[in-house]
Design a protein around this ligand. Structure first.
Ligand SMILES: [Zn+2]
Length: 469
């Protein structure tokens, strides 16, 4: 399958997700050289491959703005973890024992899982980079999967510096190696980004990380205010140093005050909320409603498949209904619902594309953009009758409805099957990685070490105060 192919998608319900192009109850989409070149009713075009889509729904590919894809081998180990459990198990114990091949297996399997669920673009917050070989392995996993991605090179180190990176500057040099080599282009399917260390490091180091990322000219993402910390917030410190900007994607912000949200909005930055992991792990209440009211570009991510699901239909509904539940509980008997179902779709499409600088080329269906799109089985029982198509995508669809997926006009999933992928081989790789890393830490039962040790590595504010008392 090459990008020179011309495709005509025919007769689908088209949800464009684009303010300038109305949804079509029965529309065609022409794709040439990977891009959408025409949309409309009954397009007459010769010499292209026709995909008849009567009964189906075509929509923009989904965009996950926060996932630690390398953690895929840890799937479903942490269904009952709090954030302290997660930090103790994953960041302190497991991350140091991941070898490059484990990072590759996790990233490949996780990116394929995302594609399978209609996610055509992923922000991979890749913070298990303990050597240049780990970075290469993670990047290779994204490239092998065929997904479009921002490979956010993580500067976070494990509980102690790895021998390959004795100082932060060694990490900066390694990110620069990728920027000057395989990720020099900003139009490639996988682009470079930088993921900053969390507040377990002194602010001066975070600042140096940010400045080195700005020198590379790439999008920057950072975990932010996911629990109450002592001292000023990340947003406050960035603002104080004049470092806020539209290239920043803040993750969580559940404990961000309204002043911080206003600062992010003013600077043109964005937020990634990950409602499922936030609600589970005790990372505060999802910021979605407050962020939208503050005028912040707000997007959604899956975060951690060690604990929760890896697809965005659930994330949309959790974000929507948790916010409605909060507002309704205050209202008593509400007269109306302020947050509309259809609004959620923008968070996982156009707004997410804008958040990582890709808004002009993906995020909606319109001529000139990449054909990054999803075909949903709108004729399935759970979507029949279709009702209001945009609402049906948010309120009714699930990942099992994702029938076909295109990334830049290339069909990567067709009629339920991932193309060009040996799924059995990928499963074997990820199972091998799971067994290997668990064996290296002494088995499942050894994962939750004494959490008091966390205090040495993270600024947890008063998070452990009760235990200490
Ligand atoms: Zn995260």
């Amino acid at each position: 399958m090459t990008q020179t192919e011309r495709w005509l998608l025919q007769g689908a319900t088209v949800v464009t997700g684009d303010p300038d192009f109305e949804d079509l109850p029965c529309g065609d989409i022409l794709i040439e050289d990977g891009r959408i070149t025409a949309m409309g009713r009954e397009l007459r075009v010769e010499g292209c491959r026709v995909l008849p889509l009567a009964g189906k729904l075509v929509m923009p590919g989904l965009i996950d703005t926060h996932r630690h894809t390398w953690q895929t081998p840890l799937r479903a180990l942490g269904g009952d973890w709090t954030v302290l459990d997660y930090l103790a198990a994953v960041r302190v114990k497991l991350s140091p024992v991941f070898l490059p091949e484990d990072v590759h297996a996790g990233t490949l399997a996780g990116a394929l899982e995302a594609l399978d669920a209609g996610i055509t673009t992923l922000v991979d917050y890749s913070h298990c980079i303990t050597s240049p070989a780990h970075a290469d392995a993670a990047l290779q996993g994204l490239q092998d999967a065929g997904i479009q991605a921002l490979f956010a090179y993580g500067h976070a180190q494990g509980p102690s510096p790895s021998p390959a990176f004795p100082t932060p500057e060694h990490r900066f040099a390694d990110a620069r190696r990728l920027r000057e080599g395989p990720l020099a282009s900003d139009s490639g399917r996988v682009r470079l980004g930088i993921a900053l260390s969390e507040m377990q490091v002194p602010w001066e180091q975070s600042r140096a990380e940010l400045l080195s990322a700005r020198e590379l000219g790439v999008p920057i993402t950072l975990h932010c205010s996911a629990w109450p910390v002592t001292g000023p917030s990340e947003v406050e410190q960035l603002g104080r140093d004049g470092l806020l900007g539209p290239d920043l994607l803040f993750v969580h912000c559940t404990f961000s005050g309204d002043e911080d949200l206003a600062r992010i909005a003013d600077s043109g930055g964005s937020i990634s909320a990950t409602p499922e992991s936030e609600l589970q792990m005790g990372m505060g209440f999802p910021v979605v409603g407050r962020a939208l009211r503050a005028g912040v570009r707000t997007t959604l991510g899956c975060d951690v498949v060690a604990s929760n699901g890896g697809e965005l239909f659930t994330a949309m509904r959790l974000a929507l209904q948790s916010e409605r539940g909060r507002a309704n509980a205050l209202a008593g008997l509400p007269r109306r619902l302020d947050l509309k179902a259809g609004r959620m779709l923008r968070m996982v499409t156009q707004d997410a594309a804008d958040a990582i600088g890709l808004g002009a080329v993906t995020g909606s269906l319109r001529p000139g953009k990449w054909a990054d799109l999803v075909v949903l089985s709108a004729d399935a029982l759970n979507m029949t009758p279709l009702g209001r198509p945009r609402d049906a995508v948010v309120m009714q669809a699930h990942a099992g409805n994702v029938e076909s997926v295109m990334v830049r006009g290339q069909l990567v999933k067709h009629q339920g099957v991932l193309l060009g992928t040996d799924v059995a081989a990928v499963r074997r790789k990820v199972l091998r990685a799971r067994d290997a890393v668990l064996e290296r830490v002494g088995g499942l039962s050894a994962l939750l070490a004494d959490q008091a040790a966390l205090q040495e590595h993270w600024n947890l504010g008063d998070g452990l105060a009760d235990d200490a008392g």
